[in-house]
Design a protein around this ligand. Sequence first.
Ligand code: T5A
Length: 210
Amino acid sequence: MSRPRFITVEGVEGAGKSTCMALLEQRILARDHDVSVTREPGGTALGETLRELLLGHRHDGMGEDTELLLMFAARAEHLRVKIEPALVRGEWVLCDRFTDATYAYQGYGRGIELSRIAFLEDWVQGDRRPDLTLLLDLPIEQGLQRAGKRSAPDRFERQTLDFFERVRQGYLEMAASEPARYRVIDAAQALEKVSEQVVTVIDSYLDDVA
Ligand code: T5A
């Protein structure tokens, strides 16, 4: 049996990550791998509390550095309590957003120097990096429209279109610079077409690492 893999799903708001996660889980389970499904910010009791602080409106004026450090505080706990133990038990880990979201939102979006994020990444994660990342890419307006239909805007969803354009471009730059890890999915299409792309990507990955 091959070693367990750490897979992340990224994209702007409303890209369809939740739907994609469910499909990925099904396909991985179908190959008889155990899977641990989780998300960021969150994934642990403390992480979910930090998520409420980060996404809720109670601290709307939160500083950018505070936001960055809370993301990494949640991540440190997530790695310690959930991700690393699951990988050690031999489970694949499927995570809805991870550090690429920090580069995209706090780095490209807010304008925090990427080198600072890289420093925190090395500190908190050591050598741990995702093995595979699916980026669900679509025009910002389309994603926000989908997300808006589902629930009231969280603290991030109230950002400007310019902010989200920078986030999207950041993700695309990262994907272009790491083609071995990233797979870009055209998430603007109908759900059925997006699902087909996701299945093709994960099945071919599962074949490759078998
Ligand atoms: N964040 C996170 C940071 O700033 N830094 C970090 O380090 C981290 C980890 C987290 C927020 O935190 C920020 C980024 C985020 O702003 P979140 O809940 O993880 O928030 O992220 P959201 O993007 O807000 O999650 P969403 O639930 O809005 O997006 P999804 O999961 O991508 O979308 P999903 O699957 O729920 O779909 C949204 C709606 O669209 C429909 C679905 O049915 C649903 O109603 N839909 C489609 N409709 C038509 N065609 C398709 N192809 C569709 N796909 C989905």
